[in-house]
Design a protein around this ligand. Sequence first.
Ligand SMILES: Cc1cc2nc3c(=O)[nH]c(=O)nc-3n(C[C@H](O)[C@H](O)[C@H](O)COP(=O)(O)O)c2cc1C
Length: 330
Amino acid sequence: MPKIGNIELPEFPLLLAPMEDVSDPPFRALCKEQGADVVYTEFISSEGLIRDAAKSVIKLDIYEKERPVGIQIFGAELDSMLQAVDIVEKSNPDIIDINFGCPVKKVVSKNAGAGILRDIPLMVKLTEEIVKRTHLPVTVKTRLGWDSDSIKIVEVAERLQDVGIQAIAIHGRTRVQMYKGFANWEPIAQVKNNPRMHIPVFGNGDVDTPEAAVKMRDEFGLDGAMIGRASIGNPWFFNQVKHFFKTGTHLASPTMEERVSAARRHLQMAIDWKGEKLGVFETRRHYTNYFKGIPHFKEYRMKMVTSDESADVFAAFDEVLEKFGDFQFA
Ligand SMILES: Cc1cc2nc3c(=O)[nH]c(=O)nc-3n(C[C@H](O)[C@H](O)[C@H](O)COP(=O)(O)O)c2cc1C
């Protein structure tokens, strides 16, 4: 069974990917309830943290019930990253994860995120110092390389392991690809097949069906799957995959009642955590997927995504249950 440091995981664990503006505590809690084995926070700027920027600091909040949880940080300045590690430790996460994969221009232009894939010695140095600084297990999330001509992930993963990381999650795209094309899991399998690798190697990118997860496990031999977009508005995805692993059959799609109940709890947790205004605003992006596939739904969706008061959103949920309660989801 794979382990991250002393954290014992089931066979082929499913990890909720870090996702900015998505993987917040309420969403992570829902995913955990629905079978995610490890959850990660959205990325947190080391520079923001050390300046005590409220937007960064609030991202450190974790609920006990979501453990094991990893807090993900990004940056390219050693000093800032080390200070950020000290701050993150105070939140008592189970794991510290370093983001070496974010492809966004404003991040890579500062050599952070996937930008560091152009400077492997710096990547290794930063990781080594972070590992030395903390008692927590450190993991890395990265991409295959900067572009298709510079895929050195086998060497990179080995060097990161040698400076002490406890697991690596690899998104099967390069920085240049951003989110285009398909994720290529072949180089990730090469990392796993390197006889010197002994830490878990998790695959990421396009695990959007239970069949894809089986493929990653059986054909590519990876140690677990990190799941991002397939879980947005669909926290049930983790248990759907696990059910498929066990039985080879598909778990029935959640009923309308289950969906409304999840949407309700999601909104309530978000309000409890970040207040009425932000809670209402930031939960909006999930509703489209919670209620995907219902015909003539626009009127209700609009109510959910334009109401500023939670009471109106909760009322819209009631209406939906009343009107579409028997709808059969595919
Ligand atoms: C909305 C969104 C936000 C993301 N934010 C982060 C982030 O904060 N940190 C990170 O390492 N990756 C981030 N990613 C990348 C995902 O973690 C993941 O690598 C990518 O979506 C591919 O996996 P998937 O095909 O399962 O979605 C983000 C992706 C999306 C769609």
